[in-house]
Write a protein that binds this ligand. Sequence first.
Ligand SMILES: NC(=O)c1ccc[n+]([C@@H]2O[C@H](COP(=O)([O-])OP(=O)(O)OC[C@H]3O[C@@H](n4cnc5c(N)ncnc54)[C@H](OP(=O)(O)O)[C@@H]3O)[C@@H](O)[C@H]2O)c1
Length: 249
Amino acid sequence: MKTFIITGASKGLGAAIAKGCLQTSDHCILVSRTAHPEMQRMADRSGTKLTFISLDLNETEKLPSLVNEILTAVDDTSDIYFINNAGVIEPIKPVGNLGIVNLETSMRVNFMAPIVLADEFVKQTKDWNRKKVLVNISSGAAKNPYHGWAAYCSTKAGLEMFTRVAGLEQDKTSFPTSLISFSPGVMDTEMQGTIRSADERDFADRDKFHEYKEKGILRSPEFVADKLLQLLEAEDLENGKFYDIKNLL
Ligand SMILES: NC(=O)c1ccc[n+]([C@@H]2O[C@H](COP(=O)([O-])OP(=O)(O)OC[C@H]3O[C@@H](n4cnc5c(N)ncnc54)[C@H](OP(=O)(O)O)[C@@H]3O)[C@@H](O)[C@H]2O)c1
């Protein structure tokens, strides 16, 4: 049996992964603030169990009990795939104009939430002898600086290093969780719409991202989700590794 837990499954890449999982797994547990309107119908059609949990990942103090709630719902023998996908690109502003409120949301949703969820997941499943995989959705921005993206780049870079350290540690345990980063490349999602609507003074590369859209360079989230699911299916994952979609095409 297979259970997928996906954050940010209401839109974009998370929704595309969830649609794929509804075809191939036994139970999907989806976490976001809003529900995708089609997901329950799809689950009914495929006969897959669906659990939706509405939560704002900004509220990091609620995350340990969220993991407990999720793991209580998982079947005793099921392999578990936990996809930390939810993310925010904002604030898109140069340093000096970021502001504490926007910074805190970025840090909480992109960094604190996935690492608290990973920490609790590893803790609560440390004696579970079964396949356990935790994927942190990363970005090229974890490796490369972009003008106006200080918050986003920093949170993705921090999350990548967290994944490497946790992977290294887990390799030495009796019942390890495999933790990987997955960089999905540029995709045609709402996040890209937010990027294109940024003020050029705040984001010097804005025109390049308009070009990506106009020239059809943005990949569909469904295509990317397929590649990720194939990776999880086929490969013996290297713990802590940064997997880039560019190497999976
Ligand atoms: N799009 C790209 O080109 C691109 C490139 C590289 C990496 N990525 C990464 O890929 C992942 C998915 O991005 P996307 O483009 O699919 O983004 P998206 O279309 O903007 O969707 C973001 C998802 O995150 C959820 N989310 C945002 N804030 C949340 C919060 N406070 N609490 C709970 N859920 C929250 C949203 O759900 P609700 O609004 O319902 O809460 C939504 O389901 C992100 O980690 C992103 O950094 C994207």
